[in-house]
Ligand binder design. Sequence first.
Ligand code: MTE
Length: 315
Amino acid sequence: MTHLYKSIPVRSSEITPKHEYFSRRDFIKATGLIAGSMALAACAPAMPAAAAKPLPTSDAKDDKGDTVNTFEDITNYNNYYEFTTDKQGVAGLAKDFKLSPWTVEVGGLVKKPKTFGIEDLTKKFTQEERIYRLRCVEAWSMVIPWSGFTLASLLKMVEPTSAAKYVRFETVYRPEEMPGQKSPFYPWPYQEGLRLDEAMNDLTFLATGLYGEPNVAQNGAPIRLVVPWKYGFKSIKSIVKIELVAKEPATMWKSIAANEYGFYANVNPAVDHPRWSQSTERRIGEFSRRSTLPFNGYGEQVAHLYKGMNLSKNY
Ligand code: MTE
């Protein structure tokens, strides 16, 4: 197998640090360029220059040459039903969510079960940066610069037994802080799962950081899964439990509507959702739609995992 994906991890130096961005903004402001560019951006909401808050930015690109989305887009357009189903409302509702103390229990069919404090996880495992495309099942997408470590490195440490065939993940359950968890419509806590070989693939990532800084609550801090070749709902946020199991675990969206959301959920432009086409997507920040790629463009790294499987049946 070629190691093309090694171009996906980026050095932190490629992501513009906040302070550099701030000074660039200051420079632009000082030279009066902001006023000019605001006038040109007819669609931008009117905002007095003084109230404009500088945000981190980056010119970094993914392995297909696509530029990363802005920090503002990534942190203000979220799916996180524990807070609300309103994508633009998550950031506000999550701003007081307690990120520490936090532990992740890793157990089930393993030789060395262990509960990790979040600080152990960021210290014990080699932290890397990865720019990944996120393709939501709702047909929008973004390019996100994460930092974190591979799920494989964590799983190797607990030593799965030969009976372990799947990995099950669980989100924290705190209805007092997460108003959406009071809705009886959803089977809380949010759960997800992967086959063990999918979990061990080098692309499968546990993200603890975003844009070179610690991740923020609305994007699943302090630790969330990122599986870039699958629809976004597999990338479960704010994980407290990881369990190695023998059978395919129940997953949140499959248990609500199995005909619409399968266990595999590999991005597949050839298999439509029963209510909409999956052949194209809207990249947040772009005007025209773009074609959706099989496995979200990561086929070279993962297609072999599904050899001989009927992907229209195992959607
Ligand atoms: N994880 C939890 N716990 N709750 C959620 O509602 N939404 C999923 C996924 N992980 C979700 C979740 C969906 S549908 C998507 S598209 C991604 O998170 C969105 O991630 P983002 O908000 O960081 O872009």
